[in-house]
Design a protein around this ligand. Structure first.
Ligand code: FES
Length: 164
């Protein structure tokens, strides 16, 4: 899935590259096919893909930075900015929409002060946009990390958010 990537270098601090270098040490003869596994491991290590880690990847693997950005842009699993500890997804599919998803979304914004695509200032939550979550019988439904919360009400939503 294509996504828009905006990178504000000033707001994203450089990270200690030790973990990145450890990962890259397993790929002495890296080929383009290794790029996705490398990016996945680096993201797992830092929670996102820091700019200076990408520069390290390009220097060590000789895979051009433009190609690396192309892959990051293509796959929604990759993030160029620090993400929250927990990921929230609220279904915006038709069944959920009809059963009140817009109110659930409003409640999330009211409680956490973020909109879709944003992360709370304390990096506790990232609120990702998503279409149908595939559990329409639970409408309206949201996910936090890999847990589903169905048949939501605004009151239930607030209680769930506050339990994290
Ligand atoms: S429409 Fe919400 S889970 Fe399918």
């Amino acid at each position: 899935m294509h996504k828009n990537v905006t990178l504000n270098k000033e707001s994203v601090p450089a990270v200690d590259l030790t973990k990145c270098r450890t990962i890259l040490s397993k790929y002495n003869q890296a080929t383009p096919a290794d790029l996705i596994p490398i990016l996945q491991q680096v993201q797992d290590a830092y929670g996102y893909l820091p700019q200076n880690a990408l520069e390290e990847i390009t220097a060590r693997t000789r895979i051009p930075l433009s190609k690396i950005y192309g892959v990051i842009t293509f796959y929604s699993q990759f993030s160029l900015e620090p993400r929250g500890k927990h990921t929230i997804k609220v279904c915006t599919g038709t069944a959920c929409h009809i059963k009140g998803a817009p109110d659930i979304k409003k409640k999330i914004t009211e409680v956490l002060h973020i909109h879709e695509g944003e992360t709370t200032q304390d990096y506790k939550f990232t609120y990702d946009p998503v279409a149908c979550l595939g559990t329409c019988f639970l409408a309206p439904v949201m996910m936090i990390d890999d847990r589903y919360y169905g048949k939501l009400t605004v009151e239930k939503t607030e209680t769930i958010l506050k339990s994290y």
